[in-house]
Design a protein around this ligand. Sequence first.
Ligand code: ATP
Length: 303
Amino acid sequence: FVWPMLALGYLFTLLERGAASYDRIGKILESRPEIVDAPDALRTRPRGRLVFSSVTYRYPGAEAPTLEDVSFALEEGEILAVLGPSGAGRSTLLRLVLREIEPVSGEVTWGGIPLRRYALAALRASVGYVPPEPVVFRGTIAENLSLGKKDATREELERAARLVDLHEEILRLPAGYDTRVGPDGVRLSGGQAARLALARALLVDPPLYLFDDPLASVDVLTELRIWGRLLPALRGKTVLLVTHRLLVLPRVDRILILRRGRVAAFGTHAELLATYEPYRRLFRAEERLVDVLQEGERAASRG
Ligand code: ATP
C-alpha cells in the first residue's frame, strides 16, 4: 500500500522538470530497461555513508564520459557542495544517486550497499530531489506545497515557507495559502516558483537531499540568506548541494569540485582555501562582489 504512493512521490519530482518530462520518463525507461528491481531487491530505506568509488558514466552515444573515475565519501548527516563549470557533470552526479542512470564502471553505495541492490521505490522515497527548473502545478499554494506530504498541517506549510523566505509573500497574495496558482491562477515569478519547489521538498523530510542549484533564479543576497537559514535547519540530513554561490561554502562540511567530469578538488572550505589556488581566487572575488551588493542595499535603504 505504501510503496506505490512513495513511487508516485518520486514521479512528481520527475514531472517537476517540465512539460517534456513525460517523454523523458519514457526515454529513461526505454533507454535503460535494466533499471528495474532485482527480485530480491532491498525494501529497507537506505541510511548511512554515501560513497562513490571510481564511478565513470558515459551517456549512450556520447564520445567521452561525462564523469570519470569519481571517488568521494560523505558521512551520514554531512553537507556536500558540488561545484564546477557548466557541463562539468554535476547534474549527472545527482542522477546517479537517484539511480536514473547507472555507472558504466565503479559503484555508488549507501550504507555500504550498492544502490542497485535497493528497490527503486525504497531508494527514491529516501531522497528529496529539487531540480533546477521548478514547476508550479495547477492548484492552490497549499496544495503545491503539500504534494509530497498530503497530511501536512498549515503550521508545517508555514514553517517550510518561512525557511525559504516565502511566507510573507504568500500572505500578500489575494487568498494567501489558498491562492490558486499555475496556468489559470496567479503567475509566480521564477524566484517564487523556485522557493515553492524547495519548500515542497522540505516538507517531505527524507534522510538525503539532492539540490540541483534550485535557487539559481533568485538574487545573490536572497540566495545566501536562504541557504544560511536552511543549511543549519537541515542538520542531521545528508545533503548534496549543486551551487555556484561560493559564499555558501563556509557553511558546508565538504566541497567537491568537478572539472570535465573528474574530481579537481575535494575537501573542507579551509582546506581548499589553503591548497587550491583557483578556489581561493574565486572565493575572494565573490566576497568582493557580495560586499559591493550589500553596500548597494544599504545605500538604497538609506534612500
Ligand atoms: P549544467 O549546470 O550546465 O547542466 P552540469 O555540471 O550539471 O552542468 P551535466 O548536466 O551533468 O553538467 O552534463 C555534463 C555533460 O553531459 C554535458 O556535456 C552534457 O552535454 C552531457 N549530457 C547531459 N545530459 C545528457 C544526455 N541526456 N545525453 C547526452 N549527454 C548529456
